[in-house]
Design a protein around this ligand. Structure first.
Ligand code: GLC
Length: 435
């Protein structure tokens, strides 16, 4: 769903000047991993979040009947936060309101919410954000600008809408007041560190008053980060489900991705990614300078499906062992030097190589001009000796570095080598020969 393939092809140019936000973006750049949570009444039937009625797979009245069975009866926000911590994630983003308009907090704007309209009967955001605080995890708020349930919102079903903005500007203005008041409520009550807007494609920056929305957020929380779905007024790009092949040219970007093929709880979807696949994708994203926002979809009672818990725990185990190679690093070698992802320490003197091949073998680095001080297997305190091959004494072109990695030290998912360099990373990028 969404338009993210397009985001990657032709990124919406964010209007913010990168240097002016570099400082506030630092925690995000270092964080690398966030957990996305899609939780809403769609988990009652286990159907597509909001899109199921919009695309007429279910009637709107039947979709809204899920309100009466959304209980949150087994919701343990402390356990959620502990699991997120265990995964290694540094931030979490929860759906405060999806396109169906049902708020997870007691909104005062006279609109659907879990406190007044479901048996859950309580604010579901407050205890979760408090639990995140206790774990030292940054709070993110997904907020859908689209609200297909609101009487003053034009869009409704995929083949019918309530009205056109141009025909009834006063009605649209009422909606502007409404959604901005909701944003303000969240901002005052929970002060999110990160805003994750969605659905901006249905209206222009002017119609959303995107500039004002951003300014109002920053007035209350000047350090808040805003994702790239606010019609050009975000701080970073959000390619969705589509994996970049060449390194995205953005200062900050975040791949949002599901653990199976759906955002919300979908018991009929068993097409889960394996921990190995998730870790491979994660390493690739980090090596290319991005973050991964990995999604889970809790059930209506607030319990998290076992397959998702398994993925988060395995990822966490791997993250714990390889933390120094992942968190707080810089993007690694450009394509062509090493067959696999890599990262670089902030001082650029340590290179981390992620070995996609789980069997024993030799790896090769091309064009590395630095002398190597040491090679170590991360998390194993095992040192390895590099062999320099084909160095021609009279040529400036560096030799190839071969490193033999014995099979017995291979990580269950992905082994990482720590290559300590003499001086800051220096690469030869030529075509061989004399140059
Ligand atoms: C899409 C969808 C939405 C989902 C979101 C997550 O834009 O509209 O259902 O929540 O992507 O990235």
């Amino acid at each position: 769903m969404g338009l993210c393939f397009i985001c990657l092809q032709a990124p919406a140019q964010q209007k913010t000047n990168a240097d002016s936000i570099r400082e506030k973006m630092q925690w995000f750049a270092d964080a690398k991993l966030g957990i996305f949570i899609h939780w809403g009444i769609y988990s009652v039937n286990g159907i597509d979040e909001s899109w199921s009625f919009h695309n007429k797979k279910i009637s709107y009245p039947d979709y809204m009947k899920q309100l009466s069975r959304f209980t949150a009866s087994a919701y343990k926000p402390e356990a959620w936060a502990a699991l997120i911590k265990e995964s290694g994630a540094r931030y979490a983003v929860i759906t405060t309101k999806h396109h169906d308009g049902v708020a997870l907090w007691p909104t005062k704007q006279n609109h659907f919410n879990v406190v007044d309209n479901t048996p859950a009967k309580r604010d579901l955001l407050k205890p979760f954000y408090a639990a995140l605080d206790r774990q030292g995890i940054k709070r993110g708020a997904y907020f859908s600008l689209i609200d297909w349930s609101h009487p003053d919102y034009p869009g409704f079903l995929n083949d019918s809408s309530r009205y056109k903005v141009a025909d009834d500007p006063a009605r649209w203005e009422r909606f502007q007041h409404f959604f901005q008041a909701q944003i303000n409520e969240i901002n005052l009550a929970y002060k999110p560190d990160l805003w994750w807007f969605d659905g901006d494609w249905e209206h222009s920056a002017d119609e959303w008053q995107a500039k004002k929305v951003k300014e109002d957020i920053l007035k209350i929380n000047p350090a808040a980060i805003v994702n790239g779905r606010l019609q050009g007024f975000g701080d970073y790009e959000t390619p969705e489900q589509n994996f970049p092949v060449s390194r995205p040219p953005f200062n900050w970007w975040e791949l949002c991705m599901t653990t199976n093929n759906n955002w919300g709880y979908h018991p009929d979807d068993t097409n889960y990614k394996t921990p190995f696949e998730v870790i491979s994708i994660f390493a690739d994203v980090v090596g290319n300078g991005g973050n991964l926002l990995l999604d889970i979809g809790p059930k209506e009672d607030g319990s998290i499906p076992a397959e998702q818990i398994h993925i988060l725990k395995e990822l966490g185990k791997w993250n714990k062992k390889h933390a120094e190679a992942v968190f707080g690093t810089l993007p690694g070698l450009p394509a062509g030097h090493f067959y696999g992802p890599s990262t670089l320490s902030k001082d650029s003197v340590t290179l981390y190589l992620f070995l996609p091949d789980r069997s024993a073998g030799d790896i090769m680095i091309k064009g590395l001009s630095n002398k190597i001080k040491d090679v170590e297997i991360v998390g194993e305190s095992q040192h390895l000796s590099p062999k320099i091959v084909g160095k021609i004494s009279w040529s400036p072109v560096p030799g190839l570095v071969f490193i033999h990695v014995p099979g017995k030290f291979k990580d269950e998912y992905m082994t990482v080598l720590k290559v300590s360099l003499q001086g800051r990373l220096k690469l030869y990028r030529g075509q061989g020969g004399l140059k």
